[in-house]
Design a binder for this molecule. Sequence first.
Ligand SMILES: Cc1cc2nc3c(=O)[nH]c(=O)nc-3n(C[C@H](O)[C@H](O)[C@H](O)COP(=O)(O)OP(=O)(O)OC[C@H]3O[C@@H](n4cnc5c(N)ncnc54)[C@H](O)[C@@H]3O)c2cc1C
Ligand SMILES: NC(=O)c1ccc[n+]([C@@H]2O[C@H](COP(=O)([O-])OP(=O)(O)OC[C@H]3O[C@@H](n4cnc5c(N)ncnc54)[C@H](OP(=O)(O)O)[C@@H]3O)[C@@H](O)[C@H]2O)c1
Length: 385
Amino acid sequence: MVYSKDNPFQARLKYRARITGNGSEKDVRHMVFDIGGSGIAYKCGDSVAILPKNNTATVAEILNILKTQPDVQVKLPNPEKKTSIFSALCEHLCVMNLSHGFLEWFTELVTDSDEISYINDKMLCDGQECKMAAKAYSLLEILKKFKNLRPVDANALVANLNKLTPRLYSIASSPMMHRDEIHIVVNVVSYINFAGNERHGVASTYLAQDMNVGIDSANIFVINSTFALPTNSEAKIVMIGPGTGIAPFRGFLQERQCLRASGKKIGDSWLFFGDRNRATDFLFRDELLNFKNSGVLTNLDLAFSRDQGKKIYVQDRIWENREELWSWILDDAYIYVCGNASNMAADVDKTLKNIAIEVGNFDETKADEFFKSLKKNKHYQRDVY
Ligand SMILES: Cc1cc2nc3c(=O)[nH]c(=O)nc-3n(C[C@H](O)[C@H](O)[C@H](O)COP(=O)(O)OP(=O)(O)OC[C@H]3O[C@@H](n4cnc5c(N)ncnc54)[C@H](O)[C@@H]3O)c2cc1C
Ligand SMILES: NC(=O)c1ccc[n+]([C@@H]2O[C@H](COP(=O)([O-])OP(=O)(O)OC[C@H]3O[C@@H](n4cnc5c(N)ncnc54)[C@H](OP(=O)(O)O)[C@@H]3O)[C@@H](O)[C@H]2O)c1
C-alpha cells in the first residue's frame, strides 16, 4: 500500500509519555502510532511524515473575530477541493506564519489609516527588523492587533494563506520488534518570538497536547530513507545522536536485539548520546542501559552539557575516545549522525576529521577525501534537521 500527502494513513495514537523528567527545561515525548492493517512496511532509519492540524479553539476564535460561520464552503487549490472554512483552517492552511503576500492583501482590508501606515512602515518595508516583525504575528494575533477591517471574504482568506506542510519525524522503532507500530520522539517546540508572543510549534504541539491518546488518529505516511543499518548484521556501527537524534538509534538497537534473538551474529555497536542534564534528559535511560548490559550495545558514551560549568558535548566524548574510534573506522565501521543540523552535525564532522589528522596522520586534504569516500560507500551517513 502506498500512502502519501494526498492519500495518508490514519494512524491511531496508541501511547504518549513525556520522557524528560520533572524540572527539565525540555518537553520531549515518546509517541506510538498504531499502523496495524495498513500494509505500511517501514525500516529502521526511515522517517514518518505527519500532517499536523491547527488547534481547533484557535480556529474557532479566528472565525468568531471574522464573524464567519464555520460551515461556510471554500475552495482549496492543489488538489482542488471544496471544504468548510473550519476544516480548511484546521487541516490545510498555515495560520501561524503569514507570508509577505498575505500582509499585502491584509493591508487592503484595514480601514484605519494609522494601522495601514504601521503595517506598511513596520512590516512590509525592506530590512531585517521588518522581516522579523512580519513573521512575528499569527493570523489570530494580527486579527486581534488590527481590529478595523472590511468584511473578509472566506475564499480570499484561503487563497492568501500558505499551505500547512507535513512534518518529518525519525522513526524510533524497529519493525522486527514493533511490526504494527511506529514510534517517534518529539521535542515540543515553544519559545518567545520577536514580538514577545509565546509561540508553540504547530506539529509538535498538536502531537503532544491536542491529540487524545487511544482516540485520535493522525494522517501519516512513511518516507523511505537511505539512512539505514548495514545489511551485514556483523558490521560495526557507531551512532552519534544527541537530543532527539537518539530516535533512529533506538530502532537500530531494537533491530539488532531481534536479529540476535533470531540466531544471527551481531557486530559491535557504539552510541554517543548527550543532552542537557543527566537527571532529567537521559532519554530512554533504562532501555539504553539494558541494551548495554545485554551486550546488544557494546559502548555507551554520554555527554550531559549542563551538568557542569563547562559544556561537554558528544564530540568531546568522541575526541576522548579517538584512538579506539579510529580503530573502529579502520575496521569498516558504519558511522551515523542524527539530530540538530545547525551546529552539532558540523562540529561532529570537524572532530571526526581531526581524528583522521591526529590519529590517522592524514593531512587535511586526505582527511576530506577519506570522509567523502566513506559517505559515498554509505559508511558515513547523516540524518540531520
Ligand atoms: C528528516 C527529519 C527528521 C526529523 N526528526 C525529528 C525527530 O525525530 N524529533 C523531532 O522532535 N523533530 C524532528 N524533526 C523536526 C520536525 O520535522 C519539526 O520541524 C519540528 O517538530 C518542529 O515542528 P513544529 O510544527 O512543531 O514547529 P513549527 O511550527 O514548524 O515551528 C518551528 C519553527 O519555529 C522557529 N523556532 C523554533 N524554536 C525557536 C526559537 N527558540 N526561537 C525562534 N524561533 C524558533 C523556527 O523558525 C522553526 O523552524 C525532523 C525533521 C526532519 C527534516
Ligand atoms: N525552542 C525550544 O524550546 C527548543 C528546545 C530544545 C530544542 N529545540 C530545537 O529542537 C530541535 C531538536 O532538539 P533536540 O532535543 O534534538 O536537541 P537540542 O536540545 O538542540 O540539543 C541536545 C544536546 O545537544 C547539545 N548541543 C548543543 N549544541 C551542540 C553542538 N554544537 N554540538 C554537539 N552538541 C550540541 C545541547 O547542549 P546545550 O543546549 O546545553 O548547548 C544538548 O545537550 C533542535 O533543532 C533545537 O534547535 C528547541
